[in-house]
Design a protein around this ligand. Structure first.
Ligand code: GAR
Length: 203
């Protein structure tokens, strides 16, 4: 029985593309059953559609304040949409919203995230810029289990990436993403292999 993965995205989706390419090449020990987003029309959704993968969107184009009733309602609707895909694993691949309590309660222990820094260094939404501003000579990529904090969950894997003289945010981020794509595919495969085998009688 396939290990069911839902990928959540907000932007360009090059990490998602690495998973889709691995799946197309028969090199993913899991099945990407759906791709979900908060951003209608983002490039990542088009990548999923081009690969024939189901997509869903619960739009949040204007930031709803955390703790507000509207944000709570969005969280619940988003959680319902993910739940409908019966995921074994939820992969945040450039998903740029914090998922609230209703979501995390429902999917605790099943959500991983990618981050373009060596956590706990440079958490938050501007990790690459923050590393450059701090004058770091090395940064990196981390994959971790999501908990209730901001980039605080337990690490699964991380790998350093050098900062080159003259790097700007784009050149450094692209170098980090090359590492992130490889680590993400390897991590999904490792988690799928470690998952208990499904019921062989079910389809
Ligand atoms: C990746 O670098 C990922 O680690 C980062 O967004 C990028 C997505 O790239 N995520 C975060 O910063 C989450 N805090 P992509 O859209 O090209 O896949």
């Amino acid at each position: 029985m396939a290990y069911r993965v839902v990928v959540l995205v907000s932007g360009s989706g090059t990490l998602l593309q690495a998973l889709l390419d691995a799946q197309a090449a028969g090199a993913l020990d899991a099945r990407i059953v759906a791709v979900g987003s908060d951003q209608p029309g983002c490039r990542a959704l088009a990548r999923a559609q081009d690969a024939g993968v189901d997509t869903f969107v619960v739009p949040m184009t204007t930031l709803l304040p955390r703790g507000s009733a509207a944000r709570q309602a969005w969280d619940e609707e988003f959680a319902r949409a993910v739940d409908a895909c019966s995921p074994d694993l939820i992969v945040l691949a450039g998903f740029m919203k914090l998922l609230g309590e209703p979501f995390m309660r429902r999917f605790a222990g099943r959500v991983i995230n990618t981050h373009p820094a060596m956590l706990p260094a440079f958490p938050g939404a501007h990790a690459v810029r923050d590393a450059l501003t701090a004058g770091a000579t090395t940064t990196g990529s981390s994959i971790f289990w999501v908990d209730d904090g901001v980039d605080t969950g337990s690490l699964i894997v991380q790998e350093p990436v050098p900062v080159h003289p003259g790097d700007d945010e784009d050149t450094l981020h692209e170098r980090i993403k090359v590492t992130e794509r490889r680590l993400l595919v390897a991590t999904v495969n490792e988690l799928a292999r470690r998952a208990p085998a499904g019921d062989p009688t079910s389809v």
